[in-house]
Design a protein around this ligand. Structure first.
Ligand code: AMP
Ligand code: SF4
Length: 468
């Protein structure tokens, strides 16, 4: 089993009062970014205090578990991992005691030169408790802290060593920092809250704390966050950015604004563009809840075809995507979703989903729709065919798992049993996001990676530092 994956959610808060409630609330708001484990670290009276457990925020950080936890500066984390890597050792924040004090780190992303760096550290006598790349981040940072005794210098050096994606909140004793990788692969933004500041994966959390969004952390930036102000430092500069397109397509909350683009608006535009690129003569447009909803609304508006909710979703059903076995995944889809017979019986419909990975979800849903009497089922998808693995923290790891890999659109259409299948084009997706191509990561749909990945096409070559 490979190491844990980190499509996670992170937060840091500095305020004039106990920040535990604020951290807890924030983790609930970004729970969709990780349901595997949750944790909070706060610093008070010279000590770091951490509570972290497996499970949803409400369970892992229950009132009982966090009672007595106090501090006016702290960080939090929700972790998403694949099945099988549920060890409590991998829960975050990760904490270490060092000669300069305590360090706690919350990490969202994947360090792609993890194995290489780990080898080096092992050779110099460093030991590791886990195979997690976040532990490596802590070790690299600690090494430079010992060397320089200066957090900013240490973080800059750490950024020089790390490749891949990382959004980090870091507590070094009583100082809070946020760091974003030079390509801005994973989101991170900063806001003002009552007598304090927050740094968090998604802006929706700032709204939930009645705060005011200030700005996104610039790719390659280090920010020190204090209750009454924050100080930005330039860490590492890249000529190009590579914001993950999948954050807008699927991963983030629709009410978040990422790098200047609201997620809901992007999804709606995706739907509008899909209607233009792949029209269909049908009676209604139906979303796959919840992730296909905004895309379907856009499709309906642009096509003038009525929008209908034809699936009832069980909100408490298990997540199907991470189940290890295909049979289990199929069964879990029918536990999760049921067609509303009166809506679908005798109808020709377009169903809209954000993405197709293995094709399990749609295959099962289409057969359920046919059983419920659907006359025609046309599928429209809010991302281009996923054909290449993600090395940056989204759980799409091997080419073999992608139904679109090595197959034509017609082949995939046959496999899922649809009457027609249309994906948004790469250009259409770029238009919907509204950012230039060289500011986006599209690697899972075009196979060109923004960072060096052995055996894969490197899109930018090295544009870090040297050109500035
Ligand atoms: P699949 O059934 O494998 O085609 O999965 C596609 C469905 O899973 C889509 O409806 C997405 O909403 C969702 N999905 C896509 N990517 C991921 C991911 N990395 N983790 C969890 N769910 C995902
Ligand atoms: Fe996002 Fe795909 Fe790039 Fe991974 S490969 S960071 S999912 S755009």
């Amino acid at each position: 089993m490979s190491g844990p994956k980190h499509s996670c959610g992170i937060v840091g808060i500095a305020a004039t009062y106990n920040v535990v409630a604020g951290l807890h609330k924030t983790l609930m708001i970004i729970q969709h970014r990780g349901q595997e484990s949750a944790g909070i670290s706060v610093f008070k009276n010279g000590d770091l205090h951490t509570v972290k457990n497996n499970g949803l925020v409400q369970v892992a950080l229950s009132t009982e578990n966090i009672s007595g936890l106090e501090g006016d500066i702290g960080i939090g984390h929700v972790r998403y991992s694949t099945a099988g890597s549920k060890s409590v050792l991998n829960t975050q924040p990760l904490t270490v005691m060092t000669s300069f004090g305590t360090v706690a780190i919350a990490h969202n992303g994947d360090i792609t030169n993890h194995a290489e760096l780990k080898e080096k550290y092992l050779a110099s006598g460093t030991s590791f408790l886990t195979d997690s790349d976040s532990e490596l981040v802590v070790k690299v940072l600690s090494k430079y802290m010992v060397q320089y005794n200066d957090p900013i210098r240490a973080m800059k050096s750490m950024m020089g060593d790390l490749e891949g994606s990382y959004a980090l909140t870091i507590l070094i004793n009583d100082r809070l920092f946020g760091v974003r990788d030079p390509y801005g692969l994973r989101p991170l933004c900063i806001g003002e809250i009552e007598e304090g500041h927050i740094i968090v994966s998604e802006s929706a959390a700032i709204d939930a704390l009645n705060g005011t969004f200030i700005r996104d952390v610039v790719p390659g930036e280090i920010i020190e966050v204090m209750h009454d102000h924050f100080i930005p430092y330039q860490g590492i500069v890249s000529k190009h950015k590579a914001h993950c397109m999948f954050e807008w397509v699927y991963f983030a909350r629709p009410d978040s604004v990422i790098d200047g683009r609201e997620v809901y608006d992007v999804r709606k535009r995706i739907g509008e563009i899909l209607a233009r690129e792949c029209p269909a003569d049908v009676d209604m447009i139906m979303p796959i809840p919840d992730s296909g909803r905004a895309h379907a609304i856009g499709f309906s508006i642009a096509s003038g075809i009525p929008y209908e909710e034809g699936f009832m979703k069980n909100r408490f059903a298990e997540r199907t995507f991470i189940l290890p076995d295909q049979k289990e995944r199929e069964l879990a889809v029918s536990m999760k979703m049921n067609p509303i017979k009166s809506t679908v019986d005798g109808k020709r419909m377009v169903i809209v989903d954000d993405s197709i990975v293995r094709g399990t979800t749609l295959k099962k849903l289409i057969s359920m729709l046919r059983k419920a009497g659907a006359k025609e089922v046309h599928v429209r998808v809010g991302s281009p065919p996923v054909i290449a693995p993600c090395y940056y923290g989204v759980d799409m790891k091997t080419r073999e798992q992608f139904v679109a890999n090595g197959r034509t659109v017609e082949d995939v259409c046959d496999i899922i049993g649809a009457d027609s299948l249309g994906y948004i084009s790469i250009d259409g997706l770029i238009e919907a996001i509204g950012k230039p191509e060289n500011e986006l990561c599209l690697a899972c749909v075009n196979g060109k990676y923004p960072t060096r990945i052995p055996g894969e096409v490197h899109r930018f070559q090295s544009t870090l530092n040297s050109e500035f």
